[in-house]
Ligand binder design. Structure first.
Ligand SMILES: Nc1nc2c(ncn2[C@@H]2O[C@H](COP(=O)(O)OP(=O)(O)OP(=O)(O)O)[C@@H](O)[C@H]2O)c(=O)[nH]1
Ligand SMILES: [Mg+2]
Length: 294
């Protein structure tokens, strides 16, 4: 039997719906999703397996011009997604005109691998605007194949997946057929907590936070987790904790609910807050938290 396999890497500006699309393809919530830009900080694999195919999707951070070391590492993940792609998905949202860093656009333009340009969020656009947008992108990237979609409402997502299968080469699987992702369990604990922080706190707070799950212990009927929320400054610690601990408690309760769904098991989650001065500008700290190209 012939078998198709390959890497399909999703890139684009922040907040266009890259993670929403990957989760829709995989059918699991592997990547966290929020209405804020720079939600995704890592390159996260989502593997879709069939009897005669294996599609290895990569969700990547939104493209930005880096202002500090963490963001440079995030852009290294995006660069790496150009290197091993068999198919490149360039996602834009309705109304968007250009990448936040145009050097990446040059890379897409010069790409020798197939590019699928997915025009996302068409559920919030009118027909006239959609046609105008398709024409605009056709002029910008004549070699790309354009597909209007709604990742959120699962519109045209299956059709795009079928097209990906056509484009993939004949190859044996890269990962075991029961594997869903490349990330360990603790990563998903970190990300679930960070999602709540993105949702509940304002301004700079979510961008100053990193999570480190120090304990993950699976018992017969419960998983016990202990995670540290790291902030950059003392004042941020107080904000995370909130009046009499109420804000932190809310993070814990909401994260636990999601983790119980994700692991399909009862969860006990303990949260601590620590100040780790300027962690996001410190290459050694960043390495420890997995922001390096190994
Ligand atoms: N209306 C609409 N909203 C969408 C669609 N797809 C995603 N969104 C919303 O857009 C926001 C961003 O979605 P994400 O999937 O987190 O976007 P992203 O590109 O991964 O963002 P970063 O990780 O920050 O780069 C969320 O509020 C989603 O619910 C869509 O098809 N239609
Ligand atoms: Mg994302």
């Amino acid at each position: 039997m012939s078998h198709k396999a390959g890497f399909v890497n999703i890139i684009g500006n922040p907040n266009v719906g890259k993670s929403t699309l990957m989760n829709a393809f995989v059918g699991e919530k592997l990547s966290i999703i929020t209405s804020k830009a720079q939600t995704t900080r890592h390159r996260i694999l989502g593997i879709v397996n069939g009897d005669d195919f294996q599609v290895v999707l990569s969700d990547t951070p939104g493209i930005i011009k880096p202002a500090y070391e963490l963001q440079s590492s995030m852009m290294d993940f995006v660069k790496s997604a150009f290197e091993d792609a068999d198919v490149l998905i360039y996602m834009v949202e309705i109304g968007e005109k250009a990448l936040k860093d145009e050097r990446f656009f040059e890379k897409i333009k010069n790409s020798t691998i197939p590019v699928l340009l997915l025009l996302n969020k068409i559920d919030v656009s009118e027909q006239g605007i959609l046609e105008e947008q398709v024409q605009y992108w056709q002029e910008q990237l004549p070699t790309a194949e354009i597909h209007p979609i709604s990742a959120l409402q699962n519109f045209n997502v299956k059709e795009v997946f079928m097209r990906i299968l056509e484009l993939l080469p004949e190859a044996p699987p890269y990962y075991p057929k029961d594997q869903l992702t490349d990330k360990p369990e603790r990563f998903f604990v970190n990300e679930t907590i960070r999602e709540k922080i993105l949702q509940f706190y304002k301004k700079e707070i979510p961008y100053s936070v990193e999570i480190d799950t120090e304990e993950f212990f699976e018992d017969e009927d419960i998983i016990r987790m202990r995670s540290v929320i790291m902030v950059e400054r003392d004042s941020q610690k107080g904000i995370i904790i909130g009046h009499k601990g109420s804000a932190l408690k809310r993070v814990g309760v909401e994260a636990r609910k999601d983790l119980e769904k994700f692991f399909d098991k009862q969860v006990h989650l303990k949260l601590y807050v620590k100040v780790n001065k300027n962690w996001r500008s410190d290459p050694n700290q960043l390495k420890r938290f997995g922001y390096n190209q190994g």
